[in-house]
Design a protein around this ligand. Structure first.
Ligand code: ADP
Length: 494
């Protein structure tokens, strides 16, 4: 699977201009508009995508509605949908390396991580929901004699999915796979800076036998395509991963249109809490670094606040600083690279601004600069900010870059207070040898996932979702199907 010669051959291969996928057809924007796609590896134009219009979104949502209403997919036996989805997963696996390289050129993730977390993870997710869907049953309610209460689970109809650029295939599949397995039709809006692989993956879905109109992809600006999709009267459920600012807008759009249900997976400022009795400090150093610096920190569950017990604070910071300096940053198509490119110049500038502000406040900074500028790419050093108080902006706001804020603490109670002292509640970790403390912390921390003696691990069998302003609803696991299935009661007098 991991063939470096093939990766190098694909590194500069031309990528044809990409178009929308609407009603089973590849098509340009209604007004012919296009957008350039810049590669974060060198700042050069990679290709173009269609710049969607309101009319394109309208065409896609109408196609999705027609496909849903005539039952070409929603009316199939679950086992028949499963067969198509399994074929789709196999096609994605066959094309995994090509998809991964295009993705890296488009968004900058390290190739090893991209291959595993993008096409291979997406294929696994599609297979998981394909296998699940013919095992989901309705209910017979325990009603009084003389009555029969049946609870059906029905697809919701048309699902709108708006996804970000950090892991487009993985996050895209978290939405598409359960939505499609459940029998819905989907209109997908990828991020402007990461549309190419999702378009290819969707095309493979059509090749596998998804009927026309069941999966549509409209590319373009969030403020146009995303907004029109979120305002559409044809969309029954809207699922989203992205920023809190956009999430708030989507709730407004829902209120202004048809009250569609909106499920949001927003950002985080996740605490990674290291107690002095951590079982293996060297492991904690390495994993904490990976938990914030891989994919240049562009991971929604990134451990961006490091809380360290004061008695080991200085030693831990010294070891982490030494380790960071050994992490190769640069060309993400080189398998030795630990941290690839920042996705866009805008994101890079935003990261640097956070660092400058922290510096101006007198915090000690290790790293913090743009590097490899001569490549034209958007690269940034892994960055450590120490001497941070829990209320500082660098400890409160999501940077979404390779920037780690370090905060010392003295007691378990203080660690919990700091951990819970942000608007977010997505992920967390606790490093300790004390089993009871680990369980106490898991219960006390307000987050969708709490890791113990590791950071960032999970798989498709467990849910991912935030509490507080990190969002609502869950991706992954069988629970995700609930978003895409409505309950309907049949009450029968016997
Ligand atoms: P980020 O700032 O990390 O790019 P966004 O929330 O802006 O996060 O982007 C996530 C997704 O939301 C992208 O697909 C983007 O195009 C889309 N988006 C951005 N603005 C809007 C909007 N006003 N309405 C709907 N979708 C939007």
């Amino acid at each position: 699977m991991f063939d470096q010669n093939r990766i190098d051959a694909l590194r500069d291969a031309p990528i044809p201009p990409a178009q929308h996928l609407i009603d089973g057809q590849s098509c340009p924007a209604s007004d012919g508009g296009i957008m350039e796609v810049l590669s974060p590896l060198n700042g050069k134009v990679l290709t173009t995508i269609a710049q969607g219009t309101a009319a394109d979104v309208e065409a896609a949502t109408q196609a999705a509605r027609r496909a849903f209403d005539d039952g070409r997919w929603s009316g199939l036996a679950p086992a028949a949908r499963k067969a198509v989805l399994l074929k789709w997963a196999a096609l994605i696996e066959e094309n995994a390396l090509e998809l991964a390289v295009i993705g890296v050129r488009d968004n900058g993730t390290e190739i090893g991580m991209a291959l595993k977390a993008e096409p291979l993870s997406a294929a696994g997710t599609i297979r998981y929901y394909a296998e699940a869907i013919d095992k989901i049953t309705g209910e017979i309610a325990p009603t009084a004699p003389g009555t029969l209460g049946l609870v059906h689970r029905e697809p919701v109809g048309v699902v709108g999915a708006i996804v970000p650029w950090n892991f487009p295939l993985m996050i895209g599949a978290w939405k598409l796979a359960p939505a499609l397995a459940a029998g819905n039709s989907v209109v997908l809006k990828p991020a402007e800076t990461a549309s190419l692989t999702l378009l290819r993956m969707a095309q493979l879905g059509l090749d596998a036998g998804l009927p026309p109109g069941v999966l549509n992809v409209v590319t373009g600006l969030g403020a146009v395509v995303g907004e029109v999709l979120a305002l559409s009267m044809e969309v029954d459920v809207l699922v989203f991963t992205g920023s809190g600012t956009t999430g708030r807008r989507l709730l407004e759009y829902s209120a202004r249109s048809n009250l569609k249900r909106v499920y949001l997976e927003l950002g985080g400022k996740s605490p990674n809490i290291v107690f002095a009795d951590a079982p293996d400090l060297a492991e904690a150093v390495k994993t904490s670094a990976a938990g914030i610096f891989r994919n240049a920190g562009q991971v929604c569950v990134a451990g961006s606040r490091l809380l360290v017990e004061r008695s080991i604070h200085d030693q831990f910071v010294a070891e982490l600083t030494a380790y960071m300096k050994t992490m190769p940053v640069g060309d993400p198509l080189n398998p030795a690279t630990a941290a690839g490119a920042v996705n866009s110049l805008r994101q890079l500038e935003q990261n640097l601004q956070f660092v400058e502000e922290a510096r101006a406040q007198g915090h000690a900074i290790t790293g913090g600069a743009r590097i490899l500028e001569g490549t034209g790419g958007y690269f940034m050093e892994p960055t450590l900010v120490t001497g941070v108080s829990p209320s500082d902006r660098i400890a409160q706001d999501e940077v979404f870059g390779p920037v780690l804020a370090v905060i010392p603490f003295d007691t378990e109670e203080e660690a919990i207070r700091i951990a819970n002292g942000t608007d977010y509640g997505l992920a967390a970790a606790v490093w300790t040898s004390d089993l009871l403390r680990a369980h106490r912390m898991v219960r006390a921390i307000k987050a969708g996932i709490v890791h113990v003696n590791t950071y960032g691990g999970s798989d498709i069998t467990v849910p991912l979702g935030g509490v507080k302003q990190s969002g609502n609803g869950h991706d992954k696991s069988l629970h995700a199907l609930d978003k895409y299935l409505d309950l309907k009661t049949a009450w029968i007098k016997l």
